[in-house]
Design a protein around this ligand. Sequence first.
Ligand code: SF4
Length: 230
Amino acid sequence: MIFSGIVKTSLIDYPGKIAAVLFTPGCNYNCFYCHNRHLIDDFPDIIPTDEIDHFLQKRVGLLDGIVISGGEPTLHEGLIPYLKKLKSLGYLTKVDTNGSRPEVIQALVEIRVVDYFAIDYKAPKARYHEIARGESNPEDVLATIDILLKNRCSFEVRTTVVPQLSLTDLILMSEEMPQVPRYVLNAYKAPSFFLSSDQSLIDEPAYSEKTISEFAETLKLYQPHVVLMF
Ligand code: SF4
């Protein structure tokens, strides 16, 4: 398992827990608003494995959990053994995923090495590829959500409320998904680094917190457990 980034202490990436976040390189999507574009480039930096191992050993008992984020963690063959290792150290584990590999999620669920999942649902089905691009397919994401619901896993679904999504889009998305235990609406913030061809998308003004709060009130009719992250 290789990692290209680390946040050593976070209070916001694992609900209710103090966690470190490890970022895997590479992604099969290409969202224009990606804040981790340096991770999805062709040649991201790699952190030496012994440095991470040393950090993990040292923080046992100080951190509640470890979040594996990305990039897209489920693209890495070493994910399952790595999660087993984290569990053997006594950590809670969380995996952030774009939901594109339901077969990997099924395997993770069967061996019970993940305590919490966060899945992105990025756009209504009809506009999914326009927003997430790459190999994105909403049916894979919905299959992933289905697996987590059927197996009574702890998880949340997240949507970044980019300016290109209307309230109608958000309602459609809330209807396309089954009811989920926690639906997080993330406010959009323009990334510092982006493809020059995406300049016009990036330049669209973000929704205000007030507008997103109003959207949330409407979405609660479809997904009662909406949470706002500004
Ligand atoms: S799925 Fe996540 S990591 Fe991949 S391109 Fe989109 S925002 Fe970036």
